[in-house]
Design a protein around this ligand. Structure first.
Ligand code: C5P
Length: 401
């Protein structure tokens, strides 16, 4: 079942350039099964047409407090009661100030005042506006009242400034929304270590060997394990992903760094999930200086040596051995290869996926997997990695007793 099935989300959009990203947010919430209704402030309509949100949400967009026909269709009090969550993304400094003061001078702020649903804000504004004492005080007031803040992130801004005030990415906001509604306690009190992403194996100071792993599956598993109550350590290779909420992240670059981090983290965990695409080999020697082409040279070769097999080292321990799960990303004979890895690496479970499909697996938001353990095989239907991660975590929790 989709993670937000039957959840009713009222998405408030206030004025700001990040409003264009909210179109993608609607799509991502809908993909997860949510029913989304959009409320736009007057400022938001200067940036994006309501029709965009009407088409994406498949619901009329609410814009006016005093529009008799809209009130006849679904009155503002009815709309306030309808919502399971009000999410304002982007939340401007202006809307934060109005909410902090309890104002109700347009439809969005009126709905916030009239609703008993949780309210989450994804702030988006210029870094100086975010840092201003007035905005800080408003944020503090709202937090004390129980309003949830997702972000802002930091980085380069539309205005050219660099600093805090960027709206979190739609995928990240959709994950936060899922976590808010996720109520599993299947891993309560358990410690989980997850490796994720690629590794980079240096050739010289400017070049490396690596692969296409995005880290999304491992990060989704970390978020799902945390939501299920686990204390999660995420050992991440070089990836461009935000750390899931309340997850302890250790960044590494090479397979050897990942090996060292994994060995010590695994000493204190109950479950070890190896979702990283670890480079099997590394250059035998790392050149101290950038390797130069020689005149007339048409070919060259790099000698490689084997990296440690991290998951096998942990699964073949005789002491301090956690319940150990590996992944098998294959392009052919997926199940046969996965089955043989399960035995060869002494794993408790292996998650096999076919990475030959371009719309699934590496670097994609979707995945389709088969889970294999001593009890047999079960195929999980193709789904978003975040949905799949939830299903996998529930399965793992039921087996790792
Ligand atoms: O042998 P292969 O790389 O296909 O095995 C995949 C599984 O083994 C994955 O779970 C991966 O994270 C893990 N692995 C590892 N260390 C390596 C190679 C793979 O932990 N050096």
């Amino acid at each position: 079942m989709s993670s937000l099935a039957d959840k009713r989300i009222l998405l408030g959009i206030s004025g700001g350039i990040a409003a264009y990203k909210s179109a993608d947010l609607v799509r991502r919430l809908k993909e997860r099964g949510a029913d989304v209704r959009v409320v736009m402030s007057a400022g938001a309509q200067e940036f994006v047409q309501p029709l965009t949100f009407q088409a994406l949400s498949a619901n009329p967009v609410h814009i006016d407090l005093l529009d008799p026909s809209a009130e006849a269709a679904m009155g503002h009090i009815e709309l306030a009661k309808w919502a399971d969550l009000i999410l304002i993304a982007p939340a401007s400094a202006q809307v934060m100030a109005k909410l902090a003061a309890g104002m109700a001078d347009d439809l969005l702020t009126t709905l916030c005042l009239a609703s008993e649903a949780p309210l989450a804000l994804a702030p988006a504004m210029n870094q100086a506006m975010w840092r201003h004492a007035a905005t800080s005080a408003n944020a503090q007031t709202l937090k004390e009242r129980g309003v949830i803040f997702w972000g802002p992130g930091a980085g380069s801004q539309a205005c050219g400034d660099v600093g805090p005030g960027r709206m979190l990415e739609p995928e990240n906001l959709a994950e936060h929304t899922e976590s808010l509604f996720h109520t599993s306690h299947s891993l309560q009190g358990r410690k989980v270590v997850i490796t994720a992403g690629p590794t980079r194996e240096a050739i010289d100071p400017v070049r490396f060997l690596s692969n296409h792993s995005s880290g999304k599956m491992g990060f989704a598993l970390a978020a799902a394990a945390q939501s299920a109550g686990a204390e999660v350590t995420l050992i991440a290779g070089p990836v461009n992903l935000d750390t899931p909420p309340k997850v302890n992240r250790i960044d590494v670059i090479s397979a050897q760094d990942m090996y060292e981090a994994a060995k010590s983290a695994a000493d204190h965990c109950d479950i070890f999930i190896s979702a990283a695409a670890v480079a099997d080999f590394r250059p035998a020697q790392v050149a101290e200086q950038k390797i130069k082409k020689k005149d007339g040279q048409d070919d060259d070769a790099i000698a490689l040596i084997k990296n440690p097999d991290i998951v096998a080292a942990i699964a073949t321990r005789t002491e301090l051995r956690p319940f150990t799960i590996g992944f098998a990303a294959e392009t052919e004979q997926v199940l046969a290869h996965a089955q043989s890895k399960l035995q060869r690496k002494n794993l408790d479970m292996i998650i096999a996926n076919d990475v030959s499909q371009s719309d699934s697996g590496f670097n994609s938001d979707h995945n389709a997997v088969t889970v294999i353990d001593a009890g047999g095989q079960s195929r999980l239907a193709p789904a978003l990695k975040t949905d799949l991660a939830r299903q996998l975590i529930e399965l793992i929790a039921s087996k790792a007793q």
